[in-house]
Design a protein around this ligand. Sequence first.
Ligand SMILES: NC(=O)C1=CN([C@@H]2O[C@H](COP(=O)(O)OP(=O)(O)OC[C@H]3O[C@@H](n4cnc5c(N)ncnc54)[C@H](O)[C@@H]3O)[C@@H](O)[C@H]2O)C=CC1
Ligand SMILES: O=C(O)CCC(=O)C(=O)O
Length: 530
Amino acid sequence: MPKPIVLIAEILSPATIDALGGDFEIRQTEGADRSQLLNDIVDADAILVRSATQVDAEAIAAAKKLQVIARAGVGLDNVDVPAATSAGVMVVNAPTSNITSAAELTMAHILGSARYFGAGNTSLKAGEWNRKKYTGVELYEKTLGIVGLGRIGGLVAERAKAFGMRLVGYDPYITQARAAQMGVEVVDLPGLLAVSDFVTVHMPKTPETTGMISTEEFKAAKPGARFINVARGGIIDEEALAEAVAAGEVGGAGIDVWSTEPPEHSALMELDAVNVTPHLGASTAEAQEKAGVAVAKSVRKALAGELVPDAVNVAGGAIHEDVRPGIPLAERLGRVVNSLADSSVTHFKVEVNGEIADKDVSVLKLSALKGLFRDVVSDQVSYVNAPLLAEERGIGVELVTDPYCESFRNVTRLTATTSEGQRISVSGTVTGPKLVQKLTEVNGFDLEIELTDNLLIFRYEDRPGIIGQLGQALGANEINIAGMQVSPSATDNDALSVLAVDSAVSEEVVKAVAGAVNASAFSGVSLNED
Ligand SMILES: NC(=O)C1=CN([C@@H]2O[C@H](COP(=O)(O)OP(=O)(O)OC[C@H]3O[C@@H](n4cnc5c(N)ncnc54)[C@H](O)[C@@H]3O)[C@@H](O)[C@H]2O)C=CC1
Ligand SMILES: O=C(O)CCC(=O)C(=O)O
């Protein structure tokens, strides 16, 4: 079998390749070269990027086998996450890999702008000795305004405190208690601008944050304040900043990120009081190693069909080892429900009973949903888009847990209602050291039969000789029976037979056998992988 293809679209730490291991065919491409990317992504199972590769809807549509997009870093503004979700592609990032490096570069820019590092460096190298011109300010007892008090904002606060700075912050999405923990006084944006000697931004780029600091904010700011952007280009409007610095309203700036990268003809390049870096926030050996190894591990998991804690478009997280065997079972039970449904499912319930009920079993709901759709949707169905497919079809989905389970350690029961009012229920369990999957109930009939790849299910009126008739009809159609369970109804005169057969049986033959025993309900279930 060919190895899955992992496409590396930007320069990543060599540790990334080591952490991927030998199970993949590793290919390199130049993510910033659009035509090369669109060509090379076609047969990739996974793509690894930093910030220069645009994995947008067009690239995702071009990728015929893609299962995971891995961003070796924090920001996801170069990945179209909704398009990936619709296509069933998992998106993972490495949310903590480079935050220390980004916070340290922020401190470098704060210090650099306080002390004219860039201009002093250029001037001396040009043969000048301008000690007076580059007289700066201390950080001690100055006020730092932090806009965005998340992971990096928090690390900057910690470091700035060590310099004896007073901290104020603006972040409408965090609690006062969390800010207090960081030693930051929460104020509104005008309040922050009014008192800050330095302002640093640490938010994602969103419609709300784009251009959030612009002409009006510079006018409202404390005269001579310095502005730092190590978050995303355009959160601080570059043109307005250049004008405010040139006009002397703003004392200086440190800019690592740009609205267009690389920046084209920015007036900021001409200003002595502005230090610039080419998006170096994450460019340290440590950050690159951490990011590469983290996404390599996530890619391994994702391509093994597992949920990934760092996935941003799928509810996931750590899966308890006792829950793990239930994942393929739930998917196969979902496929059985789909086979039994005569019309579209409108309500779907996943019940998890037994010892695992006190664990996080939400993955079993995702897996059951994946099974429900996998034989009916032509696109790839994954943990990522299965909930979206249910939502788009207006299917109500419930997950119910109960630690009580009468006959087995754990049972997963799926019940569905269809648009025609049909009610379906299917239960299963995993038993023994070999983790054998068993079907334990179908539509209220108790059973215990291995959930093999090809099953036939017939419901009929129980009468003497019926089993013989069923066997005869199957034999006449050259169907080999590998196992069989007959379950009489507890409430009426019906019985249900589930037969494990050697290979998939055509609908026509299942119908013919059902006719021979006058079955009131019947189904051929095929759980083959292709
Ligand atoms: N320059 C570089 O190389 C790097 C840049 N980054 C960027 O740094 C930024 C921050 O990263 P993290 O701290 O890890 O993110 P985070 O998600 O931990 O924190 C972001 C914070 O921004 C806040 N926020 C969102 N909208 C806001 C608004 N309108 N006003 C004020 N606050 C708002 C959120 O509540 C959150 O607390 C991201 O844009 C990321 O892409 C991250 C790593 C390296
Ligand atoms: O990979 C890089 O250098 C970009 C880092 C970054 O901006 C991020 O992780 O958000």
